[in-house]
Structures are given as C-alpha cells and as structure tokens.
Design a protein. Structure first.
Lengths: 153, 381
C-alpha cells in the first residue's frame, strides 16, 4: 500500500510524565545527610578489598566503614557537552562532565565542573567540591566541582 | 549436546525516521520476508524470543506490540530487554533445553519516536547520577578521551575508523549513513561531546532484524546453507562508570576468551575471516578489536592503517559499515549476527568477504560497553 499525493501519515505526538518516588536506601540517605548537615562527602570502605567506594555501597550485615573523602580530587576524564541535556539539570550549556576521583577514594564518579573555561579543562587537573546553598537530597547537592586554587601562606 | 544453526535472516533498511510503519509493521516486514525466503509459515516456528525496550518504545511489555506480527499467537514468546545478541543466546538456550526445535529471534527499535538524550539519561540511576543530565553519548565521550590519552592517539585516528566504516556502508543498501569521505572531511564534522564529533557517533535509526535458529536435525528442512553457532561468551561489568577502568573492558576480554575456547579458536587474528562488531562510537572499534585479541592494546589503529581490517583486507572488520552506518538500539547487535551469517552464506553482495568460513559477531549494551556478547559463527559444522 502506498500513499496518494494528498494523503498524510499520522504521527501521534504525546509524552509520559509519571511521578516516581525512588527510595534512596539507608546508605545513600546517610551520604546525602552528611552533605546537607556538614557539607562533607563520605564514601564506604569495602570490608573485603579495603577499597573506598564512591558512591558509597552497602556492606554485609551493616559493617559499612564510612570514610570522609574529598572535597578535593583529580579529573580522570571529561567531556564538554554541547547539546541540550534533560531539564533535570538546570546548568546552562555547554556542560563539562568529568570522572572525578576524590582524595581518599579508590573509584571515580561522574559530576560536572563549574567556574572554569571549557578549553582550560585537562585530565589530571585538581578540583574541589562546591556545595549547593540548599540541599535537596540529590547529587546536585554538590553543585559542581571547581578548579582547586593553591593557597599561598 | 545438539548443535544449533542460523537457517535464515532478514532485516529492514535502516532510516532516521520510518513514519510509514508502526512497530508491528516494522516487525511484520522482516518476518514476512523471512517466511517467503524460506517458504515456511506460522506452524514451522516453535517459539519466539524478541529484543526491545519498554523505555525506548514508550509502553510497558514492549514485545506485546509485535506479538501478532511475529506469529506468537498460541506460542511461547519471551523478551530480552537488551541487545539482540543476547536474544540469540536466549533463543539457542531454549532449543538446547530440549523444549523447542526452532526459535524465531527478532529485534525492533525506533529511535525516532522517543527523545534519545532523555532515554540515554534514564540509563543512569536516579539516586547518584541521573540528575546530572548526562547520557550515553557523554559517557562514551569520557571513555573516548580516556582511551585516546592513555595510548597517545588523536581525533585523526578516530576519523580513520569513520572513513573506513562509512565508506563500507556505501556498499550496503540497508545502511542509513554512508559516505565516501577523507579523514579531513570527518574532522570537520560538528563537535558534539569532545573528543567525539557527529560522524564518530552512530546515527539514531529505525529498523528491525530477524533470524531463525534451528536444531541440527531440523536444519535441512529450511536451508542447505546453515550457519552454525560454534562459540559464545557473555559477561557483565560494573554499572558505575567510575568503578571501571574505561580504557579497557574485562567483560569483553572474558566474553571473547569464552567464545574462542568454545569454538576452538587459538589465534583469532589468523583464524577469523570477518568481524562485525558493535561500535556505537568510533573509538570503540579500536578498543573492541584490541580486547578481542586482534591487536595489541592501544594499537587497534594499526589494523586500519595497514589495511588489515578494510574491505578486501586480510580480516575485514565491519564490512557492512557497522553500527556507525546504522544504529537501531537493541537491533544493532542482532544485525551484526545477521551480517556475519550473510558473509558465511556468500550473500553479502557488494561487501562480500570472499571465501569467509569463520566469523565473529559482537554485541554490547550499557554505558561504555558494560555488557558484551561475543559470537563465533561458522559455515562448517
């Protein structure tokens, strides 16, 4: 079957907006509580491998060993994104995403950079966390990471 | 243990937007084509395994949309919400269980219908990652940079992958993106997420693909050119990107080792005749080639520079143009298996690898290659 010149194909345009309530669990709740109350980042040390995992994970039988990490760390890789990202993140384009390994952690995690020109970002660069003024219980409670400045005493 | 063979394959042309077909019609096109090709009908299919995603299709139990089209009425149909290479694994297992003689394996996807950035963002967990807004492309770009920097490679090296694969795609009538271009041309394409440019990133495609698998005693009923599944390996890696070393993939190394050992392959570079691998981004063809044991780590680029992996080379990689030529999510891995099968049947047309008897087909899913499935296929039992 083919279309006649005066016939149009129907495309039904719609969207799905479904509210969810995702339980963060005991571990992530504690992680976000440390940020909200103390502006400190905590990760967990695996009792078996002794590796400090960021983000924190559950250990057997509640044996989590909480370790403060950061707020400084090192960029392991990054990208400058030039296309619109979902509005979950209100940051304006371009957005620099980076894999950051915080001091004291054995794994890196993804976050975004701020207060830096996109062409100045380099792998291996030192950065430090900037916390959001008001914590909301999500990963943007760390607003972004900015280049670490060396203090001259 | 019984042997299982691919006895027929069919695929659609891949395009950015197939608005003249809904999901069921897309699936029906390939099933109808396969049935006509083999001269078979509904009663010849013992069970069906499909691959698709609820999120990508925008409906729950996405396989329900295609159940009539695949002939699942009063039969057992089950779904893999992941890449099509895993549907082949599931389909083969269903035959090996002794319960079924034939399995129809189908994958369908329409990238044009949902917002790909939002879908690629929903891959990440809502507790620690999603709110950042990054997606599969941004993740792939961070992997590309880590890989390039580790081995002192450049964007021009990535462009060589693009030139080879988009050039190969000009011989493939089903490809969506096919171009005869130079490295300089490729380097002029728009920067999307550094260091990846538009042409380094697989296009978003609509399309479907189907295979028929049969137990060895039933094979002759369908074809005199069976393609035997002789080895397979499937492994997962960590979910969080920062838990992995993104410049390598333990899951792919293990999957390859398992598939090679099952198929009795000792030197893949010498024993394989053709490779179809799932490179969502140009750097991944280099990485995956290395991890499949075809080159030293960091030296995947030499396979392209020396012409080994070009069409007409000693071991062509992605003669169809690969995923850079067309990328219907979840279908693309099944297409790799189908393309490998076409090569082994001598039916790959203008991109036929002469005399191919052993092929590797690879599928991956998840950010930066979290899951890998490696298949070894042979036209000799």
């Amino acid at each position: 079957m083919s279309l006649q010149p005066d016939e149009e194909l129907v495309v039904y345009k719609s969207s799905m907006r479904i509210p969810y309530r995702w339980a963060a669990g005991l571990i992530a709740s504690k992680f976000y509580r440390h940020i909200a109350q103390e502006k400190k980042i905590y990760a967990t040390r695996c009792p078996k491998t002794q590796k400090v995992l960021m983000p924190p994970r559950k250990s057997p039988n509640g044996t989590e060993d909480w370790v403060e990490v950061g707020p400084g760390g090192e960029i392991k890789s990054f990208t400058v994104v030039r296309y619109p990202v979902p509005s979950l993140n209100p940051t304006t384009l371009p957005i620099v995403y980076a894999l950051i390994q915080l001091d004291g952690a054995d794994t890196a995690f993804v976050h975004q950079l701020g207060e830096i020109e996109t062409d100045k970002v380099k792998t291996g660069m030192r950065v430090t966390a900037v916390f959001a003024e008001k914590a909301a219980g999500n990963i943007l409670d760390i607003q972004y990471f900015k280049p670490e400045t060396v203090e001259i005493v | 243990m019984h042997r299982v063979a691919i006895v027929g394959v069919a695929q659609t042309k891949f395009a950015a937007e197939k608005i003249d077909q809904n999901y069921a019609e897309l699936a029906y096109e390939v099933v109808d084509s396969l049935f006509n090709q083999l001269g078979i009908g509904h009663s010849d299919i013992d069970n069906i395994v499909t691959a698709s995603s609820d999120f990508w299709d925008g409906r729950t139990i996405s396989s329900m949309a295609v159940q009539d089209a695949v002939g699942a009425w009063l039969k057992s149909e089950t779904k893999v919400s992941s890449d099509g290479t895993l549907a082949v694994l599931y389909g083969m297992m269903r035959i090996l269980s002794g319960s079924f003689g034939t399995t129809l394996v189908l994958a369908h996807s329409k990238s044009s219908e949902g917002n790909q950035t939002m879908l690629g963002n929903a891959v990440f967990d809502p507790i620690y990652q999603r709110q950042l807004g990054f997606d599969l492309v941004a993740a792939g770009a961070m992997q590309a940079r880590a890989y390039l920097e580790k081995y002192n490679l450049t964007e021009a090296d990535l462009a060589e992958v693009v030139v080879k694969n988009l050039g190969n795609a000009t011989y493939n009538p089903n490809a969506q993106r096919a171009m005869s271009i130079t490295v300089e041309d490729a380097l002029k394409s728009n920067l999307v997420a550094d260091p990846l440019r538009e042409l380094d990133i697989a296009p978003n495609s609509d399309g479907a693909c189907v295979l028929l698998l049969a137990r060895e005693d039933l094979v002759s009923k369908f074809t005199d050119k069976p393609v035997w599944l002789t080895g397979v390996g499937h492994y997962q890696d960590n979910y969080y990107l920062g838990d992995r070393d993104l410049t390598t993939s333990k899951s792919l190394e293990k999957a390859a080792a398992k598939a090679y050992s099952m198929a009795g392959i000792i030197n893949p570079r010498k024993e394989l005749n053709v490779v179809e691998l799932y490179d969502t981004f140009s750097h991944q063809e280099l990485m995956w080639s290395e991890l499949l044991g075809l080159a030293e780590r960091g030296r995947g680029i030499d396979l392209i520079r020396s012409g080994v992996t070009k069409l007409g080379g000693e071991l062509p990689v992605n003669p169809s143009g690969g995923v850079l030529g067309a990328h219907a999510m979840f279908v693309a891995g099944l297409v790799r298996v189908a393309e490998a099968a076409l090569q082994l049947r001598g039916e790959a047309g203008a991109y036929q690898v002469e005399g191919a008897s052993k092929a590797l087909a690879h599928g991956t899913v998840g950010p930066c290659g979290q899951t890998h499935c490696v298949w070894i296929l042979s036209n000799e039992k």
